[in-house]
Design a protein around this ligand. Sequence first.
Ligand code: GDP
Ligand code: GDP
Length: 455
Amino acid sequence: AAEEGFDAEEVDSELAAAASGPLPVLAVVGRPNVGKSTLVNRILGRREAVVEDRPGVTRDRVTYEAEWAGRRFKVVDTGGWEQDVLGIQASVAAQAEFAIEAADAVVLVVDATVGATDTDDAVVKLLRRAGKPVVLCANKVDGPSMEAEAAYLWSLGLGEPHPVSALHGRGTGDMLDAVLEVLPDAPRETFGATVGGPRRIALIGRPNVGKSSLLNKVAGEERVVVDEKAGTTRDPVDELIDLGGKTWRFVDTAGIRRRVHLQDGADYYASLRTAAALEKAEAAVVLIDISEPISVQDTRIITMAVDAGRALVIAYNKWDVMDDERRFYLEREIEQELVQVQWAPRVNISARTGRHMEKLVPAIETALASWESRVPTGKLNGFLGQLVASHPHPVRGGKQPRILFGTQAGTCPPRFVLFASGFLEAGYRRFIERRLREEFGFEGTPIQVSVRVRE
Ligand code: GDP
Ligand code: GDP
């Protein structure tokens, strides 16, 4: 009766979608201008990943959720960045590194009108070594007369080239079918696989905030085990570090330790690194350097962690140089720039002096506990019922949309599905989210609320 207006199948499919947990990751790689962004737009079915012609522009987002033939996955658009500043080889190598590290399957896009170049060959070598499934997309095959060109790409040794026109949509469906055949249902490193094992932490933040200093401090006298997977030349390495009586896996620490600060193209490289680390981690510790104003880069990294659905702790580093004036401004910056993550536990630390290091682990544990938490359906609906009674949705066009019932469809992070009798306005949705947090806590975890409206 509570499900009035929804048929059981509809409810089931909605819950299955929300409960699907971590999604497998598809990386789209290839040389500049072969049509990667156009293809990603096509896969997403909307113009979100805008084709960006300006060199030197770093996009805020690299990861998008997509769906094909009823299956959901993440698409990572590695395209459209500044080949001029970084150099084509380096930029393609960075993409390949990401694909190797964080993707579960790869689409290599080649421009069929150009044919295979040395760069394409180089990337094929890297991909082959990684052993990830690769689907070869022969792009810019805008018509049947071009298909012969696509056939030349058999020479890359990746099997059948799929002739596609990302621009016009030709062949993309067949190619995506081929992708789904090789894409695993769940990410390579599923969270379930680590039950009882060390929790995975991504230590992220813009260059010079103190990541390597913090890593050295926490690794310091403690046991450090470098976990290098045999037979790979990969650079990202996880370290197992004992902290607060437990062992933690800090993912992708090699890049932190190496401390290469690329001058040009550093943003691009750093974005890919951060995205890769987030894909592998359960919780993110974002470091902010308090000696400088909070920057767009800081908020972008926090947004990436939230979008990735990871547990989040914000560590304000270099507290040893804090003074009254800076403190005044910092608190205002936090109020202005970081309101949307007020729920994240905050620790004020100094990697240099070791100040408040002992607060890091409890903060991470709090965040992870929230990330995994589940609100029983009865309790949730009791709360929703009271909320709807005391704060009904405003009447619109003579109608009053009502929340009929809700359920938590998944965890890691908590995902809720609300079933409503009509469209719920954005303001009302935000209100519900805010009240959910007030009621159930969720300190340190993003939550997702989706609304299903009865047709
Ligand atoms: P990226 O650098 O690999 O992300 O490439 P873009 O997606 O930015 O595309 C580069 C250029 O190729 C743009 O001008 C696109 O419009 C064009 N392009 C992309 N796909 C196709 C296609 O299937 N056919 C044709 N003719 N042009 C395409
Ligand atoms: P990363 O690029 O994020 O790995 O940052 P690093 O660990 O290389 O640190 C960048 C600079 O900040 C170095 O000069 C560090 O000595 C300095 N630094 C790191 N942590 C602290 C801190 O807690 N206090 C102060 N005063 N300096 C720090």
